[in-house]
Design a protein around this ligand. Structure first.
Ligand code: DP6
Length: 341
């Protein structure tokens, strides 16, 4: 008779990453091999994590998955794929079944990159539980076959996912490289997106003629972005990142039927950021935005401009809580009254 005395368990956490040059399109659906290189920054905040606990024991009779403490009737096919890969790699036949328990500390499926942190934490936990060789590249592989963008959440800092060779990720610069760099996230809408990234990018590949044009721009953009980060050149960084976001959403719009992730608030924020950047007329870009598959903006900014930007947000969006940790004056700020959108 089996007992639980051989039960082993590991818990790991991972953070979402925000793409600065977006991944969009797979040349291999099963292995999740991307059409293009992408580059992201992994969030480093106490508020946004995925936690996954994986356990195994000889008494388990099937794989099970609990999300937020609730047992799911079925494992997602990609989760099953990750577990099958683990069984294939361990080969000793001892690993039969796994119990997975995960939860996020932020809304899932709303363009906040929850699948990236979820699959990254699962991959790291499984790699640890089964003591697999080449821990980081194994975790990257497992994360990738769960959800493409998850491969980038294996590392902190600025991370590149290569579309060539092994198609794994690597840290290009650690977060400390650009210590003044900050991210402000606005949640305009946290409901589940209507079209998943997986379905939308397939549809783009099948129907968009702008898609190939986008792919032809990626390599040059990647080189320029890495150079901008290396030199901490925020003006250059901001232009590349905002243009890539717009190009990605243009490709979504060029998809048939169109995929529209941005909403009216997103468009307002885009105009606001450009008006704010031009306000002082000194050619200094203070803020850049990007949007993933959702309406919520990720704004990039250097520390010296954070307080003023939060005041601007409070002025234009009095009900939006841009940063729960900061107390922002709600007084109307004369400086911003000149901005008309
Ligand atoms: C817009 O990684 O969620 O966030 O590989 O099918 O799971 P699958 O897709 P997913 O797509 C993310 C798309 C994106 C851009 C990015 O993160 O690079």
């Amino acid at each position: 008779m089996s007992s639980d005395s051989d039960c082993r368990s590991v818990t790991c956490q991972a953070s979402p990453n925000i793409a600065l040059i977006k991944y969009w399109g797979k040349r291999n659906e099963e292995l999740i091999l991307p059409d293009n290189d992408s580059l992201s920054i992994t969030l480093d905040t106490n508020d946004m994590h995925s936690y996954t606990t994986v356990s195994t024991s000889s008494s388990m009779t099937c794989d099970t998955f609990y999300f937020d403490g609730v047992q799911q009737t079925k494992l997602a096919s990609r989760m099953q794929k990750v577990l099958n890969e683990i069984r294939r790699r361990t080969k000793d036949g001892k690993i039969k079944f796994v119990e997975i328990r995960s939860h996020n500390t932020f809304p899932a499926s709303s363009g906040l990159a929850s699948s990236a942190s979820a699959y990254a934490s699962l991959a790291i936990a499984l790699t640890n539980l089964f003591n697999l060789d080449d821990a980081q590249s194994t975790a990257a592989y497992l994360a990738r076959i769960g959800s493409g963008s998850a491969v980038r959440s294996i590392y902190g800092g600025f991370v590149r996912w290569s579309s060539e060779g092994e198609c794994l990720s690597s840290c290009v610069f650690p977060a400390e490289h650009w210590s003044e760099f900050r991210i402000v996230i606005l949640i305009f809408n946290s409901s589940k997106k209507a079209v998943s990234s997986t379905d939308a990018m397939q549809r783009t590949r099948q129907t968009s003629t702008l898609f190939q044009a986008r792919l032809s721009t990626i390599n040059e953009k990647m080189t320029q972005l890495i150079e901008a980060i290396k030199n901490k050149d925020f003006n250059a960084f901001a232009k590349i990142v905002m243009m890539d976001s717009s190009q990605f959403h243009a490709v979504c719009m060029d998809t048939y039927p169109p995929v529209i992730y941005l909403n009216e608030q997103s468009k307002h924020l885009i105009h606001l950021v450009h008006a704010y950047n031009q306000m002082d007329g000194d050619q200094t870009t203070k803020v850049a935005y990007t949007f993933d598959a959702g309406p919520n903006p990720f704004c990039f900014i250097r520390q010296e401009h954070v307080d003023e930007f939060l005041r601007l947000l409070k002025y234009f969006y009095p009900t939006v809580n841009a940063d729960a940790d900061k107390q922002v004056s709600s007084d109307a700020d004369e400086k911003f009254s000149s901005i008309t959108l």
